[in-house]
Design a binder for this molecule. Sequence first.
Ligand code: ADP
Length: 246
Amino acid sequence: MIEILDLHKSFGSLEVLKGVDLSLEHGKVLVIIGPSGSGKTTLLRCFNLLEIPDQGSVSLADVKINFTDAKRIDQKSMLALRRKTGMVFQSYNLFPHMTALGNVMEGQITVQKRTKEEARKRALALLDKVGLADKADSYPHQLSGGQQQRVAIARAMAVEPEVLLFDEPTSALDPELVGEVLKVIKQLAREGMTMVIVTHEMKFAADVADRIILMDDGLILEQGSPQEVLEHPRNPRALQFLNRLN
Ligand code: ADP
């Protein structure tokens, strides 16, 4: 379903991804953990080409792009790959001038060319799914951070992506609001949504992940089941990182 091979990305002279390989099956949840600055967000952003890799390849369903020969990357494939992903950002990034309903309708109308009526119906169902049926007409500033993030999840789902990408979805939230967002993500996992999640919430990672990768300095140090990575890491630097959290 998703395959990434030998991915490299630099910002100027800073090499942030130094050759990352990973794969994920349809319906599974991959959680990315690791120290700050290790390249987790950059890797996630390479999945939907918010960052363009310098080298390596990204495959998602039937789209495969090899970045090693920049001249041969075609824009159509890039657009096709982007459309197969939905992204949930740390800081929600809702459109401030649109209601919750408007936010969840927007991509359906502009990207998927659904009629307003269809988009509205689907948006209401999704808001209901994330527990916000009664907030459809509220603007982002009238909602708590946890509610805004749940709208952002509904919006990402609305365009029916093959995979949902989450970049530290709870790290901007007050502690008492974290649970309501994690609950929605866990529900999606139970329903078989394919997801890639960058998070610092280790208990949540252990609960929701089928696979975990632990990154350090632009490389994957450990990958495996939550038990393998969190309880029996083989790499001393991975052990050091996990011990610091406890
Ligand atoms: P993490 O998510 O693990 O904290 P990031 O992928 O955000 O790591 O960042 C890895 C490194 O890349 C950091 O040193 C960060 O400062 C740098 N970096 C990330 N994005 C950019 C950018 N757009 N321009 C320059 N440097 C960046």
